[in-house]
Design a protein around this ligand. Sequence first.
Ligand SMILES: NC(=O)c1ccc[n+]([C@@H]2O[C@H](COP(=O)([O-])OP(=O)(O)OC[C@H]3O[C@@H](n4cnc5c(N)ncnc54)[C@H](OP(=O)(O)O)[C@@H]3O)[C@@H](O)[C@H]2O)c1
Length: 326
Amino acid sequence: MRAIEITQPGKPDVLQLCERPMPVPKAGEVLIKVHAAGINRPDVLQRLGKYPVPPGASDLPGLEVAGEIVDGDYAAAGFAKGDLVCALVQGGGYAEYCTAPAEQCLPLPEGLTALEAASLPETFFTVWTNIFDRAHLAPGETLLVQGGTSGIGVTAIQLATALGHRVFATAGSDDKCRACEQLGAERGINYKTEDFAAVVKELTGGKGVDVILDMVAGDYIPREIDCLADDGRIALIALLGGAKAEIDLGQVLRRRLSISGSTLRPRPVAFKAAIARSLRERVWPLFGQGKLKPVIYRTFPLAQAAEAHALMESSTHVGKIVLEVA
Ligand SMILES: NC(=O)c1ccc[n+]([C@@H]2O[C@H](COP(=O)([O-])OP(=O)(O)OC[C@H]3O[C@@H](n4cnc5c(N)ncnc54)[C@H](OP(=O)(O)O)[C@@H]3O)[C@@H](O)[C@H]2O)c1
């Protein structure tokens, strides 16, 4: 099969088209003929040599695909040969064929093409498990999304809005702030020209937000503590602004604050299968109801994966970048 491999750590042009043997599904896995594969920032980190491949996973990049089930243990998860699915995978998505644990596959949401569905698994699994399972965003509570126009950010804004929450989001330009608002955020906050903590406090009448989805960390953490409501929670998913922070633990103590962090990729299949069940039951119907829609900024043919990575690193995109495979 044709695939994209990382020839060595480095710039986007280290992504090269290659021929590889077809992957063979293990027990509990399906083989998917890939129609499209989503691109995510962790793929860029992997290409740069900063995100080691977990043991047993493919060395090929790509954490999400959509396509047709052609072989494997599909019946174990209630699927049939020929079904179109989207799946969260451990790697190997930038290829014509990819294996996936059957329990990490989901049917295409009503009305979506495989290309659109390929943009969903990584961000929906990540956002669901962080905002709802870890940070327990509850009815009536408010959310601040850092990086509102990232793939993760657009999912977080749309999903929390669809479930009835007030959402605020940061982005690095006024145009991106307006894009956040079109997706449902009550207010996009330009983090380059505004103090997000002050804006959030003003918009919440001084109370602060209940949950913050944070991919920045570093010196954002003390400012986030300042604009968290009592009993507020920070769900940390990346360290784009650095891994070190100086914080006032007195505030954490007095106001019962929590900071948690997680990375999805190394978690076991059973953990991801539980998220898949929640998504299928609680989230997938919202696509059919018109409350959620994929936000795809641009697609590229598989052979142009390097151009797709360069676009992601330019940070000019809003939403997802997807590779068309078949
Ligand atoms: N923990 C996990 O399980 C997990 C899973 C998936 C992804 N992630 C992480 O989540 C992040 C987003 O992933 P993605 O694929 O959606 O990436 P992406 O589309 O490339 O987005 C990166 C975003 O970071 C924003 N950003 C950078 N510096 C910022 C700052 N100082 N303040 C606010 N926003 C800032 C950028 O906003 P501007 O362009 O507006 O500056 C951009 O929207 C990545 O860091 C990725 O590694 C974590």
